[in-house]
Each structure stands twice: as structure tokens, then as C-alpha cells.
Design a protein around this ligand. Structure first.
Ligand SMILES: *[C@@H]1O[C@H](CO)[C@@H](O)[C@H](O)[C@H]1NC(C)=O
Length: 286
């Protein structure tokens, strides 16, 4: 009996400590005042709720955007987004990493709006040394405008993993050994924006933005970065995902997402690449 209640008390204590730790990390993690700066939009981007929420808005005059204050060389970047509801045709909401200057590297999540009731498209791409053409697109298996969902980019020296609510949807592996550029040396910054691209975004540009519905608003919260800010003293920055790869569960989940929800894959687009798709397309996808 004594043993039972001891271990009960012990596990109660560790639960308590764990919840304090989780609460502390959650508050320490999400503060747009501390970690982000509004970059454009003339008042259309707003930090709310003591730094816990950020809204971007778009009207016929302008969209808006923000970025992380720091640059990072590798890391895990999580954001929760609630996308523009209703008729969002022509709007593009973004969450991406980008380096500065020529020959830039970039890792993209772009959310392409649609007419009411039609699915959003999640567009992903990777640029290395200025070269992209690595698009994969998905429809989501939930309504991304009804609630917040978590979108994550894991970027380590071996691979880039895109996740939606912790389900991996795409892995882009480092195939530098076979001559495919991969971002490993240019620090990147988180960039987010809401802008208009009705010349191409929705159903190939056929559906235009209905400006009578403006302003369009997207919501961001729980901005969380576990990474290596450039300029951090010492060369010993560690982050949890630095060797992250998919386990069996992750591989199964990604197979499911890609089978059921992928709508475009550059690796399968032989019409666009008549000389043959890129070499990494012949490698295993995990
Ligand atoms: C919009 O809806 C159409 C029809 O369901 C779909 O084909 C398309 O992928 C959706 N997304 C965009 C961005 O056009």
C-alpha cells in the first residue's frame, strides 16, 4: 500500500512539474513582440493579445507581412494558422524561410485560397542557391479556416520535413552528393505574409478576388522556434530536431497524406520536364 501511494504521490509530483514546465515553455515560446517584426502593410499587420496572436490583413490597396527578428541556420519552426474563411479566392497566405540576397535559399508553405466550399491548396517548395522547381501541392483533410492548425518546418543538415498537425506531408532530403543543391550554409529568416495573387493562385488564375469581401484576415499564433539563431555565442547550438527523421509511424502517415491528398508533384510532371525529372525523384522519398 505504502509503495502504491508513494509512487502515486511521485507521479502526481512529476505531472505537476511537467505541467509547470510545459506552461512555462508555452509562454516563453510564443511572443510576437519579442520574436517578430512587422515588415510591411501600413498597419494591416497587428500583434494582439499581449503578443500571443498576430493578424495579417489584405485589401485592394495592400497586403501585409512580418518576419522573425533572428536569422537561423537550421531549426524547427512551428506556427499555428487560421486561414482566410469564406471566399478567399486569389489570396495567398504564407509561412516560409528565406535567406537574403542573390542565390537565395527558401523553404515554402503557401496557402492558396479558393471560392467558398472549395478546398485550400497547400503549396510547398524548396529553393537552393536560387533554384526552385521542387513544388508539391496538397489539399488538406480538414477545414483550415475553422480552427487553428499547426504547420511546421524541420530543417536540419540531412533533410527538410514539412508537417501539418505533426503529420509529415513531405520530406526533401539532402542529395548534395549527387549534385542537387540543398540549403546548408545561408541563414534564413521566417517570413509570413498575406497578399493577392489572383493572376495565378486560384484554379490557375481563372477565379479572381472578390474585393467586396475585403478586408481578408489570417490569424497566426504559437510562433515557436527551436533553432540556432545566427550570432549566438559559441558553436554549440543544439536543437531537438537536428537529426530528426521519420519513424515507421511518420512514414505511414506521409504515405497516407501523399496517396490521398497530394494534387501535384514535380517528380511526376514529365510534361514540364521532358528531359527527365530531377535526380532526387528517383531516390526513396523518405
Ligand atoms: C480550388 O478548388 C478546385 C475545385 O475543387 C480545386 O481543383 C483546386 O485545387 C482548389 N484550389 C485552388 C488554389 O485552386
Amino acid at each position: 500500500m505504502a509503495t502504491f501511494s508513494d509512487s502515486g504521490a511521485l507521479s502526481y509530483l512529476s505531472m505537476l512539474l511537467l505541467s509547470i514546465l510545459v506552461a512555462y515553455c508555452a509562454t516563453a515560446a510564443a511572443d510576437f513582440y519579442r520574436d517578430a517584426e512587422i515588415t510591411w502593410g501600413d498597419g494591416r499587420a497587428k500583434i494582439l493579445d499581449g503578443g500571443r496572436m498576430l493578424t495579417l490583413s489584405l485589401d485592394q490597396q495592400s497586403g501585409s507581412g512580418f518576419q522573425s527578428k533572428n536569422d537561423y541556420l537550421f531549426g524547427r519552426f512551428d506556427l499555428q494558422l487560421k486561414l482566410v474563411p469564406g471566399n478567399s479566392a486569389g489570396t495567398v497566405t504564407t509561412f516560409f524561410l528565406s535567406s537574403q540576397g542573390a542565390g537565395h535559399d527558401e523553404i515554402d508553405f503557401e496557402f492558396l485560397g479558393n471560392t467558398s466550399g472549395e478546398p485550400y491548396t497547400v503549396h510547398t517548395n524548396v529553393y537552393a542557391q536560387g533554384k526552385g522547381d521542387k513544388e508539391q501541392r496538397f489539399h488538406l483533410w480538414f477545414d483550415p479556416t475553422a480552427a487553428f492548425h499547426t504547420y511546421s518546418i524541420v530543417w536540419n543538415p540531412q533533410r527538410i520535413i514539412f508537417l501539418v498537425d505533426n503529420s509529415p506531408i513531405r520530406v526533401f532530403n539532402n542529395h548534395k552528393s549527387i549534385g542537387i543543391p540543398f540549403p546548408t550554409s545561408q541563414p534564413m529568416r521566417v517570413q509570413c505574409s498575406l497578399w493577392n495573387a489572383d493572376d495565378w493562385a486560384t484554379q490557375g488564375g481563372r477565379v479572381k478576388t472578390d474585393w467586396t469581401k475585403a478586408p481578408f484576415v489570417a490569424y497566426y499564433r504559437n510562433f515557436k522556434i527551436d533553432g540556432c539563431p545566427v550570432g549566438t555565442s559559441g558553436g554549440s547550438c543544439g536543437f531537438q530536431s537536428q537529426t530528426q527523421e521519420l519513424d515507421a509511424k511518420g512514414r505511414n502517415r506521409m504515405r497516407w497524406v501523399q496517396e490521398k491528398h497530394m494534387i501535384y508533384n514535380y517528380c511526376a510532371d514529365v510534361r514540364r520536364f521532358p528531359q527527365g525529372t530531377s535526380a532526387e525523384c528517383k531516390r526513396p522519398r523518405f
